[in-house]
Structure formats: C-alpha cells, structure tokens
Design a protein around this ligand. Structure first.
Ligand code: ADP
Ligand code: MG
Length: 622
C-alpha cells in the first residue's frame, strides 16, 4: 500500500542508488495509485517515469465534461496545465537548475516533478488521460542521490498536488467550462466549414502575428492589428456555446493571398496552417479554422522520395529516369513539391497551402520568355499553374497560395485577397481590370489538360534485423529507429528523436538526419514527433507479424491512415497494451497504452503519413 512508500524510501536513504529499484511497481490507496513505471539507473540518466491514477469516484470530474473526445481532450489539457503551474510554484530553485540532457521546449519540464505540458495548442496528450473511470497523470522525476528529498516530493508534495489539481472540486467550475466549451466550439467550427463550402475561416478580431520568430505567443495587443474581414468575404457561423462568430471565409477553389513584402501574407498563411488545431483561449488564433485535410507544401531540397508517380508535373527527366515510379535520396525543389502534392492526394488531402517564399519558382510558373527560350520538350516540369484548376475541378482539392511575384496566377484564381498593412481586401474588381488590360501572351501551359494520375501505394518496411523491429520505444521513452542506412546498407544504427524536426542518428551530426521532418510545417510539437515514431514501430511490428501469418497484402497508405484515425477516435488507456508485449489484429495497440511514455501528443494523420513518406530505407508496392 501507499503507506509503505515513506518507510521504503527511508530505508533507501543511505544506500547505493540501485536500491531505488525496490520501488518498482504500484503503491495503492483508496485515494490514488502511484506506479513506478521506470526507475533510472543512476543520477545522470534520464529521469524516472511515474504515474498516478485517481478513480473518478474520488476525482469527481463531471460526465458532461467527458461527453466526447473533444471535451475530454480539452478537460485533460486544462488539468495538465494546472498540474504544470502547480509544480512550477512549488519547485525549489535548485531542482530547476539541475543539469541534464537538453530537451525541446515541449519536453518534460525540469523541476521537482516534470510533466510534458503543451504550448499554445490543445491536443490529446499521453501526460494526462481522462475517462469516466480514472484520471491518470504521467510524470517524470529525477530520483535524488540521497532519498530525503524524494520522501518530501513523493509523500508530501505529490498528495497535495493530487488534491489541488486532480480533484474537480479544487477548480472554479465556470473556468473549466469556459475552457472546454471554447475548445469544443473550435472543433465544431472546423466541422461547419465544409457545410458552408469553406476551406478556412478567420474571425474578426483574431490576433495572427506572434511575439517573435522564436515564440508562439501572441504579439502584444498594442502592436498587433486585429484581423478584420473584407465585407464581401464575410460569413457568420453559429457555434454551440459562443453563438454567432463572424469573419472571413475562404471558399473552395483557388485562393491567392497577395500584397507587398512585409504586409502580413506569410503570417496569415501560417495562421491557416495551424488552423487545423484547436488553440488555448487567449492565443489570438482561437476560431481561426482550417479544414483538417489542408496540407502545407513547400520545396524540400534533399528530401527522400520513394516510388511516387509524379507524372502530372514531371516527365522526361534526363537519362530517362522514371517519373512514374520516382525514387530519389536527394530530391530537387521542384521534384520534392511534385512528390508532396501527389502523396497528399494519395492520403486524401482536401487542399494545399503554398507560400511563394518557400516554393521552387520553376515549379510555380514558366513565364512567356522561358517558354520560348527552353522549348517544352526540353523542360521536364509542367508548372503548378497549369494544374491548379484541374486539381479542384477533377479532385475537389483547393489551393490557398501566398503570391508576391507570380502575377500569372491571377488568371487561375477564384478569389484574390490583398493585404495592405495587415488589412485584407477582396481584390476581385482590381484583378478583373488587370487581367483584361494585361492579358498573358499565351494561356498557362497545358491549360485544359486533365490533372493526371493519382498514386496508390502500399508501404513495405524492411525486414527486422535479428528479429528486432526497426523502431523501438524504450522504457526510457526514447524513440529509437534501427534503420539500415541507405549509404551503408545492412548496417543498423541507433537513432533517437532529437527534436521536433529531425530524427537523427545519436552519433551522427544533426546535419545528417535519417528522418528529416523539417519540411512538415504543420507538425506542431516534438511530442507529436515522438508519437509518430512510436506509431511507426507499431505499424512495422504489425506488418512483420502479418507477413509471418499469411501472405496478407499490406494496406495502402490511405487504409493505414484510416485505421489510425479510427484508433485515435477510440483512444482509451484502459483496454490497450504496449506494442512490444502483444501484437495482433485483435489487439492493436494505441498510443495511449498503459505503459507508454507520458510525453506524446497526437499528430494529425497527414503528418503521420507525411513522416512515413520521408523515411529512408523502406519501399512501396502497388
Ligand atoms: P509577408 O509574408 O507579406 O512578407 P509577414 O507575414 O512575414 O509578411 O509579416 C511581416 C511582419 O509583420 C512580421 O514581423 C509579422 O509578425 C508582422 N505582422 C503580420 N501581421 C501582423 C498584424 N496583423 N499586426 C501586426 N504585425 C503583423
Ligand atoms: Mg512572406
């Protein structure tokens, strides 16, 4: 029982560090259970992993707060933030100064106890799980050299923390409801977009700019120009809690965001990129909403591309290299964009976001003079301008593009939003005037042609080496990839998820990441990267298992993502197992499995698929 914890710790007081291993397992009481899931080997190892579980009969969070996944997620996020604040106020300085492995901004905070709290977004997080049965908090604690501080931390501070933050009665009910309702409204708004023919929405009064390039907090009110929709683009939507919300609706089709340099174009696009997530109240971007199927596309020089049909955009490469089945370990700006678009369509995207700043110019246009200088037969690239209308007409896929210099696009746009000193205007009349006065000498190349073929592929991961999966999530919550490096095939190498953007080999410099996710602008936090790597492990374990069972065909990319969509939807920590303990179709593990780390957050399916598409060392069949 829990009562034995203090005596046990006192017994460890003057012993070797290894004596802490005696704490392994669970200490129970009617009020809560305390689990030691992993105990660090020495003082300097990554911190120990612990878990507290409080039954709802004690915690008392009302069932209407847990009515659906959105509300549950919001409530858990709210409680986790309260836990974090509580720990901060109680942490003695000397603990927060503890030096250790450097971790990203969203990693477990250093201090007395550490939790992986989120930033500006509200996401399902493994640090705090909530259902109608239990509240479960997963945290980290660096066990001290002498057990004394651990006695006060775990037998005095922790019970207080539980009472103060994991019991509903310690909260102002109105404040909890306001947070949960705000998040539910945001999720509802995103669902409403499609009904109204919209792909995105920006409410009047929203604060788009951030404090700085390095901060995700809003720019101070005194400096920020609040968003105000042009009257002609204004729409009003009705939300369950907040009621009517009015702002700019971006319709399906091709939308351009134009304007002078430094007038706020990229800031608007970035707000839309993040509009696929719900934000905390006060962020300034609450209710900026984007269809969950929107994917940012950018040039990613050097990315890996594996067996993608890029023929809609690229044909007749030098030396007869196939573009129907295009593979490269080092893509160019334009081939990377072609691949990302085709992969996006394969995954079921509903729209693309482009910023001219980060696109390859030769992928966007081929202007009049170039068409004459370099004949079409010598140019492998059909630029996006020739396909962007067909994308919408044939596949219902919209595009929102920030354009500063390529005026040719005015010919193919449905809507043109002009930004002037951060204030948007509907440029419909001005555009019609410019287009008629300065017609293009020839229509965009290949105008009228159909879009071309869409890929359907089945990812096939390499066979395990020595029966080990290629990705492993260790007890220390480090994600490890054991991938045969393309350059030295057959050699396995330990790789860890170092930051949000890269999964790099432990010893190789970050300039040689094996799994480079820096092109995924909509990946929001490193906790999502960890989850993605963990899911990859599961997928590969499962695929290996299936291979042994029968000649089962591996699922297509779309099927794979759909399966994860269903699994995220049913997320509950009660009924699932850790991937390494049991794997099979009937017991597919969830990222919320009981023994999994407390520092994962749920990625969007498009980031999961995009990450897989950037993995080196695997292949696809059709
Ligand atoms: P562009 O892409 O048009 O060149 P940016 O979007 O990069 O311009 O914005 C330029 C600068 O203006 C950035 O520092 C940004 O934070 C700031 N900014 C953008 N929108 C606003 C706004 N609504 N109010 C105040 N500052 C803004
Ligand atoms: Mg810009």
């Amino acid at each position: 029982g829990l009562a034995s914890l203090a005596p046990l710790l006192r017994g460890i007081q003057n012993q070797q560090y290894g004596a802490y291993k005696r704490l392994s397992g669970a200490f129970t009481s009617p009020a809560y259970e305390l689990h030691f899931d992993h105990i660090q080997n020495d003082l300097f190892a990554p911190p120990s992993r612990l878990r507290v579980r409080v039954p709802q009969s004690v915690a008392g969070f009302p069932v209407e707060m847990l009515a659906n996944k959105t509300r549950t997620t919001a409530l858990a996020d709210f409680v986790l933030r309260a836990v974090y604040r509580y720990i901060l106020t109680k942490s003695p300085r000397r603990f927060s100064r503890n030096r250790g492995r450097s971790e990203g901004p969203h990693s477990p905070r250093r201090g007395l106890l550490a939790v992986d709290v989120g930033g500006q977004r509200v996401l399902p997080r493994s640090a705090l799980l909530m259902d109608t049965e239990n509240v479960e908090l997963r945290f980290y604690y660096r066990l001290p050299a002498q057990a004394d501080p651990a006695i006060s931390a775990l037998t005095e501070l922790l019970p207080k923390l539980i009472k103060q933050t994991l019991h509903y009665t310690s909260y102002d009910a109105a404040a909890v409801a306001a947070f949960v309702d705000c998040v539910e409204d945001q999720a509802t708004l995103r669902m409403l977009l499609r009904e109204h023919g919209l792909v995105a929405f920006v409410p009047n009064g929203a604060i788009l700019p951030r404090e700085s390039g390095a901060s995700d907090r809003p720019l101070a009110t005194a400096d920020a120009v609040p968003f105000q929709s042009p009257p002609s683009l204004e729409v009003s939507l009705s939300l369950p809690h907040r009621g009517k919300v009015t702002g700019m609706g971006i319709r399906r089709g091709v939308t351009l965001i134009v304007g002078g340099g430094f007038h706020g174009k990229s800031t608007l696009l970035q707000a839309l990129e993040m509009g696929v997530y719900n934000h905390i109240p006060g962020d300034g971007r609450e209710f900026i909403s984007a269809d969950v199927g929107l994917l940012k596309v950018r040039a990613e020089d050097g990315r890996a591309v594996t067996r993608v049909d890029i023929t809609p955009f690229i044909n007749n490469l030098p030396r007869g290299k196939s573009t129907q089945n295009f593979t490269t370990a080092d893509a160019s700006g334009s081939t990377s964009m072609a691949a990302t678009i085709q992969e996006g369509l394969e995954m079921g995207c509903t729209g693309f976001l482009f910023d001219e700043d980060t696109c390859a110019t030769n992928f966007l246009i081929r202007d009049y003079r170039m068409q004459h200088l370099v004949p079409k037969v010598r140019e492998p690239i059909t630029p996006l301008i020739a396909k962007v209308r067909a994308l919408h007409a044939e596949h219902g896929v919209s595009s929102i593009m920030v354009i500063g210099g390529c005026g040719d696009y005015l010919d193919v746009a449905d809507t043109v939003i002009g930004l002037d000193q951060y204030v948007p205007a509907d440029l419909k009349i001005q555009v019609a005037d410019v287009v008629s006065r300065f017609p293009l000498p020839s229509p965009p190349e290949a105008d009228g042609e159909s879009y071309g073929t869409l890929p359907t592929r089945r990812p096939v991961f390499p066979a395990f080496t020595d029966g080990k999966p290629l990705v492993r999530v260790s007890a220390l919550h480090q994600v490890t990839l054991l991938v045969p490096l393309a350059s030295s095939s057959g050699v396995t190498s330990d790789v860890t998820a170092a930051g949000m953007e890269t999964v790099a080999t432990a010893r190789a410099p970050p300039s040689e990441p094996i799994w480079d996710l820096s092109g995924l602008d909509q990946l929001a936090e490193v906790a999502q990267t960890r989850c993605i790597a963990g899911i990859l492990e599961t997928i590969m374990v499962h695929q290996q298992q299936n291979k042994q069972q029968a000649s089962a065909k591996s699922p297509t990319m779309r099927e794979m993502l759909d399966e994860w969509k269903a699994r995220f939807g049913q997320a509950s920590h009660a009924a699932v197992v850790h991937p390494s303990t049991k794997v099979g179709p009937a017991s597919l593990p969830s990222p919320y499995a009981a023994r999994l780390p407390g520092n994962w957050s749920e990625p969007r399916l498009l980031e999961l698929g995009s990450a897989i598409n950037r993995l080196r060392g695997f292949t696809f069949t059709t």
